[in-house]
Design a binder for this molecule. Structure first.
Ligand SMILES: [Zn+2]
Length: 259
């Protein structure tokens, strides 16, 4: 009798443990949106199934971001529209949001071959020199924050646009208010990042409540050799430790904001 009672209790105990495991897994928010972690972090997935599409007003092109990011973005542009009311200013609009591995590879290869212009010509440059030149403003495939559905580029892809007129109004507003909605400029003044990582991008904004977690996961995966670059694209075998240096080197205010 004692043994029967003991075994019954044991079965109930095991069932209870496995149930609570399932519960805790279900309760944990899935930052990888039910797809493989490494595939998510490196942009190796089909955005239509994972992210949500949306359009800028009066535009046909569909951009993709995570649903939580779109909701925060919409709240932010609503607030901006109230503050710019009566002034001759542009609305905020998105130029580029999610880019997958192949999108980023295309940008990389076009810059590597010289098809897409950069600050200097690639003619006569070594692979290392070409890599450093591309990395001024573009990420290597697998390393872009645009893979994560949390980051996007707005209005104009030149820093000078944000120094006068409409651009200045917009940028000053973003610097003052974007954080209230969870957004931050990861690539701030290059000198504030000891001239490391990408150069300043006043147009690139990120949703920190999620992207900081993804960045930490990316760094862990890289250190554990789970993200491989070998023979993947032009110059990929010569990247060395640049991928992690470029992923890690972001605006410290953004990191403090997500603590
Ligand atoms: Zn960008």
């Amino acid at each position: 009798m004692f043994y029967i009672f003991f075994f019954l209790s044991l079965i109930l105990f095991i069932q209870n443990c496995s149930n609570s495991n399932i519960d805790s897994q279900e309760l944990k928010p899935d930052i990888f949106l039910s797809i493989d972690k490494i595939k998510y972090l490196t942009g190796d997935f089909s955005r239509d199934k994972v992210l949500k599409g949306f359009k800028n007003p009066n535009e046909e092109r569909v951009h993709h971001l995570r649903e939580d990011v779109i909701l925060a973005y919409q709240k932010m542009i609503k607030a901006y529209d109230i503050d710019r009311e009566g002034k001759d200013n542009q609305p905020i609009f998105i130029i580029s949001a999610h880019r997958n591995y192949s999108d980023q590879k295309m940008i990389w290869e076009d810059k590597f071959s010289g098809k897409r212009k950069m600050s200097e010509s690639v003619v006569g440059k070594t692979d290392e020199e070409k890599i450093n030149l591309i990395l001024e403003f573009s990420s290597a495939p697998s390393t872009s924050r645009h893979h994560w559905g949390t980051d996007f580029d707005i209005n104009n892809l030149t820093n000078s646009y944000y120094e006068t007129g409409n651009g200045k109004f917009l940028y000053q507003w973003m610097k003052k208010n974007a954080f209230k909605f969870g957004f931050c400029q990861p690539y701030n003044e290059h000198e504030k990042r000891n001239f490391k990582g990408y150069k300043e991008e006043k147009w690139h904004w990120s949703y920190f409540p999620i992207s900081t977690k993804l960045m930490t996961e990316w760094e862990k995966a890289f250190i554990e050799n789970k993200i491989s670059f070998e023979n993947k694209f032009s110059g990929s075998n010569k990247l060395g430790t640049r991928p992690i240096e470029y992923v890690k080197t972001i605006n410290s205010d953004c990191l403090n904001m997500s603590k």
